[in-house]
Design a protein around this ligand. Sequence first.
Ligand code: EPU
Length: 416
Amino acid sequence: MIRGEHRLNGDVMISGAKNAVVAIIPAAILAEGVCVIDNLPRIEDVRSLEDTLTKLGAVCELIDERTLMVDSTNIKDFHATFDSVRKIRASYYLMGALLARFGEAEVALPGGCNFGSRPINLHLKGFRDLGAEVYEDTESGIIRLKADKLVGTNIFLDTASVGATINIMLAAVRAEGVTTIENAAKEPHIVDTANFLNMLGCKVKGAGTDVIRITGVDHIHGGEYMIIPDQIEAGTYMMASAICGGSVTVRNIIPKHMDSLSAKLKEMGCVIEEGDDYITVTSTGKLTATNVKTMVYPGFPTDLQPQMAAVLCKANGTSKLIETVWENRFQYVDELNKFGCKMDVSGTIATIEGVPEFIGTEVFATDLRAGAAMVIAGLAAKGETKIGNTRFIDRGYEHIEEKLRALGANIERIRD
Ligand code: EPU
């Protein structure tokens, strides 16, 4: 429940990156030893992964609220087919990690997608190129992989897929010889996963560019690692500040990761001040329309597209919002328009006529980032907004209502 139209002021600490940690926890399966993972976000996806690794035979213990110890030394099971695996979309990373560790894996895939089709053909092609046999049981939704040995090779990705890039990296660290991934994705969490692997003794070079070279190693040990800050969580609070007006400093971030958003917010009339590990967004709440196109990193992230839609709906003038990564990521539009917004979608292009005022309403989160967009709209709306399906939001945002309340928002959780 949000009572909107409060200006936001103050500091917000950004948590560890969801899309890095959901790759790094499965990557810890590769280590025959203890991994200590720091700056852990306390979000639902992390809890589901802890549960999954424990069921596989790893020991997962929270050393403190932000630090997870994973000891995979005694993992013997490569059948990740139980229900908790289906809860998380990133369960696909168990394939690469289990295949590399055991030469065999059975992984249940997540069920229905929340914004259209989310194929994994490039992941599977990569595993086949490395020498694995891949069997897809479409009836049970289980993928089986087997390889007597994995052998390094050249893999060209048709699309710069984040998941395929990371999954192939996870499998290739134990392959014989050198694997090259061309047209690799460059998102910050790819660099973070590569840094984690290198800290464990793997040899991954070039992450963050579009060619990654991995030289296989025989042994992978444990180690201690700090997850990077969450670019998308930071961007969500920056946009909340822009739409509500006020001055919010997002702390514990890497400002460079925010360049595409900072540039847009400046264009829209916000003042952006950048330090080593923080950005302050100061806004009058009066914004100007602009055009935004989602792109792979370093372009504008698709995971900030729904939140940006909410902000553009309040900006003066007509904006275009173009989605190029996911063909069906505008499923939230009817919900957003309940606030009195004027967003019209044709294919992958949305046209938005800014309105001067949002009216509080009852809406549902249709997925994680769409849920964040509803929160942003609710914060800017006159009167009361109720948001249902908050479990989607909890998958990726830690204590969102507490963080917003500390900035002056009137928001409470009525029911879990
Ligand atoms: N694609 C294929 N084949 C594949 C894989 C992807 O055609 O085998 C296509 C997809 O259909 C899509 C494009 O490639 O059009 C990009 O997909 P990608 O594989 O990069 O996405 P992903 O790895 O499944 C991750 C994030 C998403 C984020 C995308 C794009 C994780 C766990 N998820 O998904 O995050 O939208 O990259 O940046 O890292 C979110 O956090 O809300 C979220 C959805």
